[in-house]
Design a protein around this ligand. Structure first.
Ligand SMILES: [Fe+2]
Ligand SMILES: [Fe+2]
Length: 197
């Protein structure tokens, strides 16, 4: 039975789509003519966000989906595609933005991510929305809790590369809903009743 806080959480499929959208927006902020420090900040924050996203899918989304989809070709190739993406990320980190091949390698990462996200959005997410209807919000809440843990393990990396590239604001709104901290916010004042004399 979903709790009140998990019902308030965005669904896991909405969160996954939002992560994909943010990754795509980050790719589009990268320009070959940008200074090296900006390229590196975009690459670092995009790669950290992609690694966290992939881990969350592998720990929470794919197992839930496997329980209802069984042997599915798209689901079966999803984790290996994450590993290909991780390998490209490791090559980027080892290379550095001053290398002439850096731009092309980041574009390769973009192609891999777009291809992978398209499979998820056209096959896996619709399948989840059909087969996991009653669990989508509690899975979303689990994903947010786990995301907070993972972000907490790499605070310096996220803080250093956040400027304009990481979807912190939208994530924090979801996290507040899941963790039920909205009661900490100042309440709107009730209108004063006119005194009747
Ligand atoms: Fe994925
Ligand atoms: Fe994904």
């Amino acid at each position: 039975m979903p709790t009140d806080t998990s019902r308030m959480s965005p669904s896991i499929t909405a969160m996954i789509r939002l992560d994909h959208m943010h990754a795509l927006a980050a790719f589009h902020r990268y320009h070959a003519t940008s200074p090296w420090w900006r390229k590196q900040a975009i690459v670092n924050s995009t790669c950290a966000a992609l690694e966290i996203h992939a881990q969350l899918e592998e720990e929470i989304f794919y197992p839930a989906l496997a329980a209802v989809m069984g042997d599915d070709e798209t689901l079966a190739k999803s984790a290996p595609e994450h590993n290909e993406m991780r390998a490209t990320i490791n090559r980027l980190r080892a290379m550095g933005p001053e290398n002439a091949a850096y731009d092309a390698l980041f574009m390769q990462l973009m192609r891999e991510v777009i291809h992978h996200a398209a499979d998820e959005e056209t096959v896996l997410l619709p399948a989840a929305e059909r087969a996991l209807q009653t669990q989508l919000h509690s899975l979303g809440a689990s994903m947010t809790r786990r995301r907070l843990q993972l972000l907490g393990q790499r605070p310096a990396e996220i803080a250093l590369n956040t400027m304009g590239t990481f979807p912190v604001a939208s994530f924090l709104i979801g996290a507040m809903l899941v963790l039920g901290v909205t009661h900490c916010l100042p309440k709107a004042r009730e209108p004063r009743r006119a005194r009747e004399h």
